[in-house]
Design a protein around this ligand. Structure first.
Ligand code: NCD
Length: 308
């Protein structure tokens, strides 16, 4: 595995192995605390982040490695006009692996072509976010024990939400998965996902405009934030931002083992009153994100713990 740009760069078997290794690390952190000694991870974030950047950094530190990098384009030479490729090529001389986030779709792919160290796409515009997908898959596996035969509701900004696009692609490879898309008309899933994934693979999906009408069917409810930074017009954002708010009343008819997920950050779309519901999995998701990134870093660097 050289670079990870698109969630489909990983086979189903590779995903299974990462989830398995993530689970082993979660059970026995001590065993892995030195496996990346003398290795370093660079986090190049040209766009804001809390969880993704810090979980990558925490992951590498907990494996005994080092971290370096920047957390905004303004604090890098991008501010002086340097190209992304030149910045990434430079940093590749200082580290063993790179995690990069950029507002432009395709920027991590272009940057990866110029370097000899593995590069992980930590989110490119409205495109993909493969490590959030791994986080989501580990969460689903830990909570449900399988990926087949699930009805997955996705709610909110399905147009710009890269976590949604990535997760749909990854989940489309499992048996008998149904998708229910819940969004305002303007924020429906882009055509390229509908055509390349649902239609090409004959995967059942429905589009609805309220959560309540589908709540009883769902095994997973994946909530998302309206992506303010990708709107051209602030008025549109203001009009659409509170289209869907999940609160305890809306969960009355939900399954008892519904798994409520959100990549976070949340703005308003899940009431804090839901946080204590046992079905709320979004903070567990954060925790799994660190362990799956530990597994990913180890795998991409080709390091192992004794007896693994
Ligand atoms: C997501 C992202 O950056 O796409 N956040 C994350 O990485 N956990 C979702 C979002 O910003 O809404």
């Amino acid at each position: 595995m050289k670079h990870l740009i698109d969630p489909m760069d990983l086979t189903v078997e590779e995903i299974d192995r990462l989830i398995e290794l993530g689970g082993k690390i979660l059970q026995n952190k001590e065993k892995y605390q030195e496996v990346c000694k003398h290795k370093s991870l660079a986090t190049l974030f040209f766009e804001p982040s809390t969880r993704t950047r810090l979980s990558f950094e925490a992951a590498m530190l907990e494996l005994g490695g080092n971290v370096l990098g920047f957390s905004s384009a303004n604090s890098s030479s991008a501010q002086k006009g340097e190209s992304v490729s030149d910045t990434v090529r430079t940093v590749s001389s200082y580290c063993d692996i790179i995690a990069m986030r950029h507002p432009k779709e395709g920027a991590p792919l272009v940057a990866s072509r110029k370097i000899d160290v593995p590069l992980i796409n930590a989110g490119d515009g409205g495109h993909y976010h493969p490590t959030q997908t791994l986080t989501d898959l580990m969460t689903i596996y830990q909570e449900k024990g399988h990926f087949d035969n699930l009805t997955v509701g996705m709610c909110g900004d399905l147009k710009f939400g890269r976590t949604v696009h990535s997760l749909i692609k990854a989940m489309s490879r499992y048996e008998n998965v149904r998708f229910v898309m819940i969004s305002p008309e303007e924020l429906r899933l882009p055509d390229y996902i509908v055509k390349d994934v649902f239609e090409k693979k004959n995967i059942p999906y429905t589009e609805v405009s309220t959560m309540e009408e589908v709540m009883p069917e769902l095994d997973i409810l994946y909530m998302t934030r309206v992506q303010r930074e990708r709107f051209f017009n602030e008025q549109d954002y203001i009009r659409l931002k509170d289209s869907f708010i999940l609160d305890p009343e809306k969960l009355i008819n939900a399954k008892e083992d519904l798994c409520i997920m959100h990549p976070l950050p949340r703005v308003n779309e899940i009431s804090t009153k839901v946080d204590d519901d046992p079905r709320a999995c979004y903070f567990k998701q954060v925790r799994y994100g660190k362990f799956i990134r530990m597994a990913l870093i180890m795998t991409m660097l080709g390091v192992k713990a004794n007896e693994d």
